[in-house]
Design a protein around this ligand. Structure first.
Ligand SMILES: [Zn+2]
Length: 349
């Protein structure tokens, strides 16, 4: 099986852009899909765990100079070094630091693997690459096509999302297809959003619950890639189409487990668990990372590659009961949230 590479921008958005009348847009989108397919082939050839450095969670930002082979990337800024001229490098460096601090201070996790793994970002990856990907070893970040999408280092939530894929790979290791894959995507969105909420010290009411709001070019009329509050409403635009995310199990999309089918709709059906998290967090109020985030994080630690929506719902409910008590507000908020999105079968606490 070809190993999926965890991307932020889903294939259906790039497919839509591939058909754009503007050749700059269609060329960039096609090249992005092609390059991502190469990354997948590379990943499936590589042995797991190779090339991992454990260096006290030190950050390293490399410049790919638009090459698709990061081996040729040049280290521009390492941990503790002062800002450089390239703003993209500095943004990536700062974002890696925020994500690392979030995991350390909020979740008491020592880097993405809980063993101080170094954090590497490769910026200016490929040409006009419309994505940010976690390839199993590092983050590769494109500059965007410059018309619809801009430099993806603008998205703190995007980098939080991508690095969370490394956390889930080191824990639940969800299979990246259908329901387990949609959980992987959803957990990445949850912690991507929480990283940004935490950095801005936002309450659940202040947060916009949008993902990828800052990677679209200003003035293009696109607010976000996904909405956790109202999945299916993030965008509706002739260039990128309409947000296909369901917000409830009754609208679950059964899709083929191919790149074209988004591996069973992993970036599509993630709308359902995303909304469950939003509902649980808003029912509890305050800062989402304190209770809802902690419950989700602990539930990921005891999940498995084949965990499906109902399993994860049950795990979050039992985790809430374990942490806060079976008759707690937290347990009821979590159980109620899953019920509202049509994921039933939660065992009583
Ligand atoms: Zn992802």
């Amino acid at each position: 099986m070809v190993e999926p590479v965890a991307c932020f921008v889903p294939p259906h958005v790039l497919d839509q852009l591939s058909g754009a009348a503007d050749a700059d847009l269609s060329d960039a989108a096609r090249a992005t899909l092609r390059t991502t397919a190469h990354l997948r082939a590379e990943r499936s050839e590589r042995k797991a765990g190779t090339g991992i450095t454990r260096t006290g969670a030190a950050r390293e930002v490399f410049d790919c100079r638009h090459a698709e082979t990061p081996d040729n990337g040049v280290l521009i800024r390492g941990e503790g070094q002062p800002p450089v001229e390239d703003a993209t490098v500095n943004r990536a460096y700062d974002a890696l630091g925020v994500v690392r601090d979030f995991y350390r201070e909020v979740l008491h996790r020592d880097s993405i693997d809980d063993s101080g793994r170094g954090l590497r970002a490769y910026v200016h990856f490929a040409n006009r690459y419309n994505n940010a990907v976690w390839d199993g070893q590092q983050i590769k970040i494109g500059d965007g096509d410059g018309k619809v999408m801009r430099d993806l280092t603008y998205g703190l939530d995007v980098l939080g999302h991508e690095l969370t894929h490394a956390m889930t790979a080191a824990t639940a290791n969800f299979e990246f297809r259908s329901q387990s894959g949609a959980l992987d995507e959803s957990v990445a969105d949850v912690f991507g959003s929480l990283v940004r909420q935490w950095a801005l010290r936002q309450t659940v009411d202040e947060a916009d619950w949008l993902l990828g709001g800052s990677i679209f070019t200003p003035g293009i009329g696109l607010d976000a890639m996904r909405s956790m509050k109202a999945p299916g409403t993030a965008y509706d635009n002739k260039l990128v189409g309409k947000d296909p995310q369901p917000a409830h199990m009754k609208d679950y999309r059964a899709l083929p487990e191919t790149q074209q089918g988004d591996f069973g709709g992993v970036h599509i059906n993630s709308g359902i668990p995303n909304r469950a998290f939003y509902l649980a967090a808003t029912a509890l109020g305050g800062h989402a990372w304190e209770r809802a985030g902690r419950i989700w994080y602990e539930a990921v630690q005891v999940s498995t590659p084949r965990t499906r929506f109902a399993d994860f719902a049950a795990t979050t409910a039992t985790t809430a009961a374990r942490l806060y008590g079976p008759a707690s507000t937290e347990h009821d908020a979590v159980a109620g949230a899953w019920e509202q999105v049509g994921v039933t079968g939660i065992v009583p606490a």
